[in-house]
Design a protein around this ligand. Structure first.
Ligand code: FES
Ligand SMILES: [Fe+2]
Length: 445
């Protein structure tokens, strides 16, 4: 439970709010690269943390993210023409490059060089992992890009998409690191047969090594023990369920400051799913969703499955709005709910969205009752709020200096019950934080 002012502190991200200032210190995805497919193609309006911005790809293929409104008299530059390494406002012809510098000001006397004095707000941009990232923080303090493994692997090893969501980004992220909710939100069963359904058909990955046994352990134990391990990039959040007298089935998620999380299901060899939650306003967000396989290219069966929604990846329309969404009640099927799943909603991603949206546009954390399975949520809140408070007092987030340590993995495993979390992590990933970056450094050398 949070006090009302703490809930506002946690969830508000406009410029000048403490959490907004914290998020702005990190690179954030703001578009998929394929949303700006061609040089000099049409620009794209984007809203990030309440800021109305415009993204365009110039003649060289370089992407700019600038203010949406022209500094002359405020016409919307979305109407503008992208031409010769800039975008030209179609009201009076002022033109800007990807760095925000005014390149041409046809309305001024040619000998005055007034254009040299004019800039439009612009943010540094990078393309990384087939996403367009912007840094919206103070100039001169631009960090490295986070070494997310999905961006380190070859393009053939990953699939990238996104989905619109009608709620505050924090409750969506909290859902993603809450490994306890699988038992009710995601399990599929056949009530008549008293059977847990074949998860290869219903969940995660068509060739996943997660088995019906794993699902049975999840079904039988709705109260996983939660273990937390802080590391340089964020938090490892593990949920352990009883698998046998001697063994625990661990599902290990990662939270990476400030907006990324990795799903806990992948068994060794499986593709891993991740999400990055980027506020549009305080009551809506884009969730960048991706899957990658560290060891091999994705198969065409996986790509086909992902393109119709699978795991955290939603089944979306051409504007990346989920086909099953708040406006159509996620196509909830009450008959299915009686016989095949608790939710009656198809799709893991859509089940997540339904419960997260249902908490309200901004979840009211003054009325909640947290329990032992919410430990990961508590640690996430503590970490991100303390980091924001320290930033208010002038201390930069320590994670900014460790962007290389973001190369971690998440996943599941079955281990002896006596092992503590660091030992489980070493057994599963070879490192207590799940860090795998050294292999990419070695490969680059
Ligand atoms: S409003 Fe853009 S050039 Fe005048
Ligand atoms: Fe979920």
């Amino acid at each position: 439970m949070l006090r009302a002012e703490d809930n506002r502190f946690l969830t508000q991200s406009d410029a000048g709010t403490p959490m907004g200032d914290l998020l702005r210190r990190f690179w954030l995805p703001v578009l998929l690269s394929k949303e700006l497919p061609e040089a000099d193609g049409p620009p794209k309006k984007i809203v990030v943390m309440g800021e109305e911005l415009l993204a365009f790809r110039d003649t060289r293929g370089v992407v700019g993210v600038i203010d949406q409104y022209c500094p002359h008299r405020g016409a919307n530059l979305w109407l503008g023409r992208v031409e010769e390494c800039g975008i030209r406002c179609v009201y009076h012809g002022w033109k800007f490059d990807t760095d925000g510098q005014c390149m041409d000001m046809p309305t001024s006397y040619p000998d005055l060089s007034a254009k040299d004095l004019i800039r439009i707000k612009s943010y540094p941009v990078r393309e990384w992992g087939e996403m367009i990232w912007a840094y919206m923080g103070p100039a001169g303090e631009v960090p490295e890009l986070p070494a997310l493994e999905m961006a380190l692997v070859p393009a053939s090893h990953r699939f990238v998409s996104k989905k619109w969501q009608d709620c505050n980004w924090v409750q969506a992220l909290e859902g993603s690191i809450d490994t306890a909710h699988f038992t009710f939100a995601h399990l599929a069963f056949d009530k008549d047969e008293d059977e847990i359904l074949d998860i290869k058909k219903h969940f995660i990955n068509p060739i996943s090594r997660v088995s019906t046994d794993h699902m049975r352990w999840i079904a039988q134990d709705p109260r996983p023990v939660i273990k937390i391990n802080p590391h340089e990039a964020g938090l490892t959040i593990a949920g352990g369920r009883i698998a046998s007298d001697d063994n625990i089935y661990w599902r290990i998620a990662q939270f990476l400051m400030p907006v990324h999380s990795y799903a806990p299901s992948a068994m060794p060899g499986d593709s891993i799913f991740g999400q990055s939650f980027v506020p549009v306003t305080d009551t809506s967000c884009w969730i960048y969703t991706y899957a990658w396989n560290p060891e091999r290219p994705l198969t065409s069966a996986e790509r086909e499955a992902y393109s119709h929604g699978h795991g955290v990846i939603a089944d979306v329309d051409e504007n990346y709005v989920p086909l099953r969404n708040k406006s159509n009640d996620y196509l909830i099927d009450r008959k299915l709910q009686k016989t095949k799943s608790y939710t009656g909603i198809k799709g893991v991603s859509e089940q997540d969205a339904a419960v997260q949206d249902s908490q309200g546009p901004i979840a009211d954390r003054t009325r909640e009752h947290l329990g032992p399975t919410d430990l990961g949520i508590m640690h996430f809140r503590k970490l991100i709020m303390e980091t924001a408070r320290e930033l208010l007092e002038g201390t930069a987030p320590p994670h900014l200096a460790h962007q290389a340590r973001y190369a971690v993995r998440s996943g599941g495993c079955v281990t002896h019950k006596e092992k503590d979390l660091p030992a489980v992590m070493i057994e599963r990933f070879g490192d207590p934080a799940g860090y795998v970056g050294q292999q990419y450094i070695a490969a680059a050398e």
